[in-house]
Write a protein that binds this ligand. Structure first.
Ligand SMILES: NC(=O)N[C@H]1NC(=O)NC1=O
Length: 174
């Protein structure tokens, strides 16, 4: 799908296709539709990032709170979004040893207790070793730094999801 096809999409199709590039935040996609025409996919990505950056800090935290825990209960019950399920599985989150799984649960809870939002990291750019390491390190950060760091990871996840959609059959069928 090329960018002119994206620009021609009615908002219903645009939101259906791109609505989960930021996890469970279709409102962002729906808002960004008004920024058409996009000159490129980078311009679409930039419009999403600008929308996120313009949110108050509570809105940024809201985005983080829409993310499921890594290796959390929803991974095993199949209750994740398709994108999150794929990303977590690729990073080996479904294949942790019992010691790793308990460490992950303990640190995820510690992180959420400290900051009031979940630990977010781009799973596709990491593996279980780096994820556990980062989770443990980032628990020590200040809240504002962690909010910014989490949003940086949301943008990386968004970029990879956008790329996947542009190359996938889902969009070529239009
Ligand atoms: N909590 C968290 O980081 N979740 C995610 N990361 C990622 O790459 N996909 C997710 O669902």
């Amino acid at each position: 799908m090329d960018i002119s096809a994206v620009n021609a999409l009615p908002y219903e199709d645009f939101v259906n296709i791109f609505g989960n590039v930021v996890e469970k935040c279709p409102l962002i996609t729906a808002a960004v539709w008004t920024r058409r025409p996009f000159t490129s996919f980078n311009a679409l990505e930039a419009a999403i990032n600008e929308f996120i950056d313009a949110l108050p800090e509570s809105g940024k935290e809201g985005i983080l709170r829409c993310h499921p825990d890594l290796a959390g209960k929803h991974l095993h019950s199949g209750a994740l979004t398709r994108e999150s399920q794929e990303e977590q599985t690729r990073a080996g989150m479904d294949a942790l040893s019992s010691a790793e799984a308990s460490q992950m649960t303990r640190l995820n809870e510690e992180y959420k207790g400290r900051f009031g939002f979940p630990f977010v990291i781009c799973a596709r750019m990491n593996d279980k070793v780096t994820i556990l390491h980062e989770l443990s390190e980032r628990c020590q950060n200040e809240r504002a730094a962690e909010r910014a760091r989490g949003i940086g990871e949301v943008k990386k996840i968004c970029r990879l999801r956008l790329q996947g959609l542009v190359l996938s059959d889902a969009t070529n069928k239009l």
